[in-house]
Design a protein around this ligand. Structure first.
Ligand code: ATP
Length: 227
């Protein structure tokens, strides 16, 4: 166990996703957040049973294994298997409550939920989404094709943005939760959907995801057919 959160008294990044499969835009997002936001590290939390989307093509344990292989050589990344091991659907607010109550952080440690712009725009559909801001900050990465314009966001989200947005990432260290920030990330127009399509068509996915993940996918013949 590599308790990044205990190593330094800096905000800890939390990065949830389906990771079906994990790809280089996920890795770049987490790396950019770590260095641009001054995080102690990033904890990756693959969803067991994600909601608000189609069922994943690969089961939770194998998606977890793909993430494990993808982040293995990065000392400021760590893996949280709790959602994969849980039998209930993966909802972000209960996940954050679990982390806060598990005794690792207490109430004072700053936690930062990392999301791509598309995930941020869908926030009002999340279970108990307004409670998120009592539990963590949110940091948004630009995603090609998904602009975040507070003027065009759905009203409850646009209002929350106006109230909580901070242009300075120092806000993440001043309180344990409650701010919205964004951070620069080299735009990478990669999606797991596109990776699955390429694999189903028998085409190369090299340079879209790490080689150890490609080797694992090939070994188990994942995604070789369109659903
Ligand atoms: P799918 O194509 O199956 O919907 P995905 O590529 O969007 O998958 P997810 O596991 O759903 O991957 O995403 C996890 C998180 O990573 C989300 O917050 C999402 O916004 C973010 N993300 C994924 N791809 C990118 C990208 N290319 N640029 C920025 N953020 C991204």
């Amino acid at each position: 166990m590599n308790p990044l959160n205990l190593r330094e008294n800096k905000p800890l990044g939390l990065f949830g996703g389906t990771f079906d499969p994990v790809h280089f835009a996920h890795l770049r997002l987490a790396e950019a957040a770590w260095c641009e936001l001054g995080l102690s590290g990033v904890r990756w939390i693959p969803a067991g049973c994600p909601v608000l989307r189609d069922a994943p093509r690969v089961d939770a344990r194998r998606r977890l294994e793909m993430v494990r292989r993808a982040i293995a050589d990065n000392p400021h990344f760590e893996l949280d298997a709790a959602e994969v091991e849980a039998s209930q659907p993966s909802y972000t607010v209960p996940t954050l409550e679990r982390l806060r109550s598990a005794g690792q952080f207490g109430e004072k440690h700053s936690l930062v939920l990392l999301v791509g712009a598309d995930a941020f725009s869908s926030l009002p559909a999340w279970y108990r989404w307004e409670s998120l801001f009592d539990l963590a900050h949110i940091a948004i990465a630009h995603r090609p094709g998904c602009p975040v314009d507070p003027e065009t966001l759905p009203e409850p989200l646009s209002k929350i943005c106006r109230q909580r947005f901070s242009a300075a990432s120092e806000a993440l260290s001043l309180a344990p939760a409650g701010s919205i920030v964004n951070f620069p990330m080299t735009p990478l127009d990669i999606s797991a959907t596109r990776v699955r399509q390429l694999l189903a068509a028998g085409l190369s996915t090299r340079y879209l995801l790490p080689d150890p993940v490609i080797a694992y996918i090939e070994e188990h013949r994942f995604y070789c057919q369109e659903r």
